[in-house]
Design a protein around this ligand. Structure first.
Ligand SMILES: [Mg+2]
Length: 359
């Protein structure tokens, strides 16, 4: 590839209202407040990336992410775009405590490169594109909210549901029972976001069994550093355990395999970057670990970038790319997911296919 250099780059805070607070065991998003990062090549092609900041989950903040990406924007001009793996690698240690910034940088680099090469991003990860059907989340709330959310999800045509749990044992049990009753034949994914202990989780699962409810999996039941608890639930819970917060690096994925701590990993670009996510997903597949593709609170830009990874690689068992459904405002253009949760990237001719509205 001829010399095509990065000419300009920039970063800015990106906000959008949500349809409702996205509430989980560790806190909530009242607003989408992310950082948009962009680059422009000497050929004129542009690339966009998004850092989805989830302070209550990862401790990263909008201020530091903006600062890091503005710093990055000063460093990358002059670099040759085909050198993107080196540019990402060099930024890795600087952004090690701010992985969502790394995700935004890698996303913008790969978006620009694949636009330049006139190929869709998924082609970087595989030879054919798969359609993906996402689940949709019933966030924490009261019983009535759970019921209304489940009905709304089914009405859209979505047929797998993620139910957030982990804050109030008894209420959560009743919420799951309510959702299970409404969404009778749909697979249910429970996500405690680190809210329970192993003993509480096992008790929760026993109570569900009494009610004849069999969820398809339980995600991150225990605190992320409680590997023993995670293993215990995997061993004794009689259910597939999916690690989310516990796995945010290749090291974590290796540990999970070594300790047989969980049977599935939730791959999120914001935890591990785009290239790291790919690497971990390949490693997990080799070791028979099931894969979920997930997001933080992301616009269609980052959510579609994640969809490209899963749709190109294939082999993702669980699709959790519903964040755009919680946005009350449109701040992007290019939409490749329908109301019923079907992601179809086959019409995308170059890049991620989604642009900021102002671009
Ligand atoms: Mg999760």
């Amino acid at each position: 590839m001829k010399q095509i250099t990065i000419q300009k780059a920039g970063a800015k805070v990106w906000r959008a209202k949500l349809t409702r607070p996205f509430s989980i065991a560790k806190g909530q998003h009242d607003l989408l407040e992310n950082v948009l990062f962009w680059i422009e090549l000497s050929s004129g092609a542009r690339g966009f990336g998004e850092a989805a900041v989830a302070t209550h989950i990862t401790g990263e903040t909008v201020e530091e992410t903006l600062r890091h990406l503005k710093e990055t924007a000063r460093q990358v001009p002059g670099r040759n775009i085909p050198e993107f793996p080196h540019i990402a690698e060099e930024s890795k240690s600087r952004l090690s405590k701010n992985p969502c910034a790394l995700a935004a940088l890698e996303m913008a680099l790969l978006d620009a490169l694949t636009r330049e090469k006139k190929m869709p991003l998924w082609r970087a990860f595989g030879t054919r594109v798969r359609t993906l059907k996402t689940d949709m989340t019933v966030v924490l709330g009261d019983l009535f909210e759970a019921e209304a959310a489940a009905r709304e999800i089914l009405k859209r045509g979505i047929r797998s549901l993620k139910v957030k749990i982990g804050r109030n044992f008894d209420l959560d049990l009743r919420r799951v029972a309510t959702v299970a009753k409404i969404a009778k034949k749909c697979p249910l994914f429970l996500d405690a976001n680190q809210g329970f202990t192993a003993a509480q989780t096992l008790k929760f699962l026993r109570e569900l069994k009494k009610l004849k409810i069999k969820p398809a999996l339980i995600e991150q039941p225990v605190p992320k550093e409680d590997w023993e608890g995670l293993s215990k639930v995997s061993r004794d819970g009689g259910i597939l355990v999916c690690a989310d917060e516990s796995v945010s690096s290749f090291q974590d994925a290796k540990r999970l395999v070594r300790q047989k701590a969980a049977g599935a990993i939730n791959i999120k670009l914001m935890k591990m970057g785009l290239l790291g996510g790919y690497e971990i997903a390949c490693f997990a597949k080799r070791h028979g670990i099931k894969l979920m593709i997930g997001t933080m609170m992301e616009t269609p830009l980052a959510a579609t970038a994640a969809a490209h990874l899963a749709a190109g690689m294939g082999g993702f068992d669980f699709i959790d790319l519903d964040a755009p459904f919680f946005m009350a405002e449109r701040i992007t253009r290019g939409n490749f997911v329908n109301r019923a949760g079907l992601y179809d990237l086959s019409k995308i001719s170059k890049g991620i296919g989604v642009l900021p509205l102002e671009a």
